[in-house]
Ligand binder design. Sequence first.
Ligand code: HEC
Length: 204
Amino acid sequence: MNKQTIIGLLLVVVTGTFAVGSLTSCGGSAAPTGYTAEQVAEALYVALKSDRKVYASKIVNRLVKEEGVIKAHEEWKENKALLLPAQFFREGAEEVDAAEKPFEYSYSLQSTWPLNYENAKKKTPAVEEGLKAVSDPASEFYGKKWVGEEELGGKTYFVGIYPDRAVAPACWQCHNDHENRKPEYPEFKKNDVMGGIVIRIPKN
Ligand code: HEC
């Protein structure tokens, strides 16, 4: 190795160190434009699905199925029961709708075979397409995310649809036995995709 190569190598190492140093020093204050809508939506999804799993497995499944001390019921107040996981999720989404936030995002839980017929009425074409994609076992997007865009009230939104899986026995047992099932309703089992979490974020 000649002298010039060694100096060259030293320069790479030194510049490399500076670059890492400057990245680390501004790591605590990320630039406002640092994340794409898709990354923000995915980060939200991970938090939402984690909370949903904890509520379904450590609260509903444990207290209703394992310990048998309380029921989960749609009319939870009148029956001194737990909220259904979908109701718990919706209450959270409504709090978020009403809260002050850096930009107006929203989320909801939906499926192509809703037990709550009200949920069927609210779907936009993008949501219809995305829900089918993530929950049809024949689709290449089954169990993965589906992302798209839509125009609502003159604004463009990123829309991401993420799988909602049967993470606790309470999920599939309650759905498979429900009186609102239509004839084409699937027979769900562990880990099946039962629907989708729809997340909408305005595009800049
Ligand atoms: C005790 C019964 C019960 C349990 C447990 C339950 N669900 Fe539901 N789920 C329902 C009912 C009833 C609805 C419709 C409620 C509403 O929207 O008000 C619903 C709604 C949903 C929806 C929205 C589409 C629809 O069917 O209306 C999805 C997706 C869903 N549940 C998946 C799950 C998953 C996954 C779990 C476990 C994490 C779960 N559910 C646990 C009864 C239950």
